[in-house]
Design a protein. Structure first.
Length: 127
């Protein structure tokens, strides 16, 4: 079971430098969880860079996986993770969602690669 963070989904939806590796990781996962904050971030970033239609298409694709709403348990775990690892709120919420569901956080963000339970995917040289 994995949680792919916003940076990973952005790479997938915009054919970024890690698209092949991330797509393969999603396709091979037995389950993919999507925290609601990922929907927010993906929509906002794609809407800013491209069009509203493309942003809505991305949201529709995210809904194909299991969307995990923010609840009290995730919120408290995120606050603890933020304090422990000096994470911004969105990153902490995404990481906490993975922790609470015993999933691996898969990310294209190098700044969290050192955290336990995180799988960092470096740029794919063979795009």
């Amino acid at each position: 079971m994995i949680v792919l963070d916003s940076s990973g989904w952005i790479d997938i939806f915009t054919a970024g430098p890690r698209v092949k590796q991330l797509r393969r990781r999603v396709d091979e996962a037995d389950a993919v969880l999507v925290p609601t904050v990922v929907i927010y971030e993906v929509y906002k970033i794609i809407r800013r860079r491209r069009t509203q239609i493309e942003a809505m298409v991305a949201v529709t694709r995210l809904r194909e996986y299991e969307v995990v709403p923010l609840d009290e348990r995730i919120a408290v775990e995120a606050a603890e993770a933020s304090l422990r690892h000096d994470l911004p709120m969105a990153d902490a919420l995404i990481y906490a969602t993975a922790l609470v569901h015993s999933a691996t956080l898969v990310t294209a963000d190098a700044h969290v690669e050192h955290i336990e339970g995180v799988e960092y995917i470096p740029a794919d040289e063979d795009r």
